[in-house]
Ligand binder design. Structure first.
Ligand SMILES: *Cc1c(COP(=O)(O)O)cnc(C)c1O
Length: 528
């Protein structure tokens, strides 16, 4: 038996070791608050310097150029100093980061954010709330639930509706397909997938979605054991909206084959075109065919809080489930996203009662444990940033900012349409524009593909503006995604000038024949 006095002596020894132990000096608590404040000041100063020197959305660096700088870092050798570590991070990260707040960032759906949301992030991270159970979150649970209920009131999904925060649209779409799959299996075969796994004839389950819907539907089908082959790609009309006649036909064919119409996924704001499928018509078809009706409003969800464009989502109230990414059109930091369902009973598909965490008795006693409706366990308190933004900026102003970028997209459309050497293939529905440079029309399609790839590469390498690219009918296009309310039409004009400049440069050089990419060296960016 170890003597008590030996244990006590050992404890004393440990305590004195601790004085030298920097963990005690590093924990976030009252004792270390002064050091924390200094650190916060240092970070804010660095951000200020960064924003000050950062004229471009991107430095233009290539991966292999940046990768070199990582070879000298030994993570087993700490710097022990915040200022030194910040200098290192500046070199490895901030210097060549992509700046979404830059008015000439026009590429992906990642948005610039309101600064108030960052303050909320700091708080939530400092407290380190884990929002999966009441006993780890307290008021945070009610803040998340309030944001869910607030969004539900805008969606008008009805009294039985509920929702939960997720890591993003991909996870929300996975949840939608999971709930739909298990509901349909039970409907058609009485089979409980959660308990028994998939039924024998699961291959009969088919998911219908438009040919321009998000790839996460295919991914969800694969993860859920149904495979890409279970996804039926429905053609679109000329506005890139799901063609309801084609949908009806595809469903008929499915039923004739003895297959099951598991789900119809409509998109409210496709990633490339911002197109909104005819939700009310699709809802009726879903009802008639017994399909689960999911609306992927990852991008278009922002319309819910616009003063003048809510009607574009008409029909969403009929959805069985909805995906909304606040980290796209609500100007919130990554991650901030949620999944909603018309009948909350379906969420039991993801409920598992663990004795140590969320025992059944706790649910029966009415304890609000959010993990009962999530596929995650430990989960960030992502609702606080939106809550704080609603309380300090206001939903109306967030909605107005989305309307402003929609307006800018229409102006940009007119600008591009007036350019003889640019072909634009759709009217903007939300805030994206898909187009390509076509020169004087004498270049063949294959060369145009190379030409447009070249333009995007050049823009990225020079870093003055970032734009995206996509393929339509196998042809290479360029894409603007406008989410920055500080971007003006003269920024767009500037970027269009650059696009034309690189386009003509390509045509004038013998690149068009050689097909070798031009490697313009990046100018050294001075960094304060
Ligand atoms: C972005 C997007 C998704 C995926 O959302 P993440 O938050 O990136 O996971 C799904 N659907 C649509 C229409 C999107 O635009």
């Amino acid at each position: 038996m170890v003597q008590l006095n030996v244990l006590l002596a050992d404890a004393q020894q440990q305590a004195s070791n601790h004085e030298a132990n920097s963990m005690l000096n590093s924990m976030f608590n009252k004792e270390n608050l002064d050091k924390f404040k200094i650190g916060v000041d240092q970070v804010v100063q660095l951000l200020a310097q960064t924003l000050d020197v950062q004229q471009k959305p991107f430095s233009g660096i290539f991966p292999h150029e940046l990768a070199k700088q990582f070879s000298d870092i030994d993570l087993n050798q700490p710097l022990f100093d915040i200022q030194e570590a910040l200098t290192e991070v500046t070199q490895l990260y901030l210097k060549d980061a992509v700046y979404f707040n830059n008015p000439r960032y026009l590429a992906h759906l990642n948005c610039p954010i309101v600064y108030q949301s960052i303050l909320a992030e700091l708080m939530a991270t400092a407290i380190n709330t884990a929002v999966e159970t009441w006993d780890q979150s307290g008021g945070a649970t009610f803040i998340e639930q309030s944001i869910v209920d607030w969004t539900l009131s805008k969606l008008a999904l009805g009294k039985q509706a509920d929702g939960v925060f997720t890591s993003g649209g991909t996870q929300s779409n996975l949840m939608a397909m999971l709930l739909a799959r298990d509901f349909q299996c039970q409907q058609h075969t009485g089979h409980i997938n959660k308990q028994q796994g998939l039924p024998q004839d699961f291959k009969r389950l088919k998911i219908f979605t438009s040919q321009v819907s998000h790839f996460s539907i295919q991914k969800a089908a694969a993860i859920l054991g149904l495979g890409y082959d279970s996804v039926v790609s429905v053609p679109c009309d000329e506005y890139f909206r799901m063609d309801v006649n084609a949908l009806n036909q595809a469903i008929k064919q499915c039923q004739q084959q003895g297959d099951i119409v598991m789900a119809i996924v409509a998109t409210a704001g496709t990633t490339d075109f911002g197109s909104i499928d005819p939700l009310a018509q699709i809802a009726a078809i879903a009802k008639q065919s017994g399909a689960w009706f999911h609306v992927d409003a990852a991008y278009g969800g922002g319309l819910l809080i616009t003063p003048n464009n809510k009607h574009k989502l008409a029909g969403i109230a009929c959805a069985d489930s909805v995906t909304i990414d606040y980290h796209k059109s609500f100007f919130q930091p990554v991650s901030c996203s949620a999944f909603f369902v018309k009948d909350k009973q379906h969420l039991s598909v993801v409920t598992y009662h663990a004795e140590y965490l969320n025992p059944l008795s706790q649910q029966q006693a009415g304890t609000p444990d959010l993990c009962n409706k999530s596929i995650q366990t430990t989960r960030r308190f992502d609702a606080l940033k939106l809550w704080f933004s609603l309380r300090t900026v206001g939903a109306k102003n967030l909605g107005l900012a989305f309307e402003q970028v929609m307006h800018l997209a229409r102006q940009a459309y007119l600008l591009l349409a007036s350019e003889a050497h640019i072909e634009i293939i759709h009217q903007p529905q939300l805030s994206t524009l898909v187009f390509r440079f076509i020169g004087d029309g004498s270049t063949c399609n294959q060369d145009l593909d190379e030409l447009n790839k070249f333009i995007r590469k050049q823009l990225s390498r020079q870093g003055d503006a970032l734009i995206a690219a996509t393929k339509v009918a196998d042809k290479q296009y360029l894409k603007f995604t406008l989410l920055n309310c500080t971007t003006t039409i003269s920024d767009i004009q500037h970027v269009v000038r650059l696009i034309k400049q690189y386009g003509y440069q390509y045509l004038a050089s013998d690149l068009a024949n050689q097909q070798t990419p031009l490697n313009t060296p990046v100018k050294e960016v001075s960094y304060g």
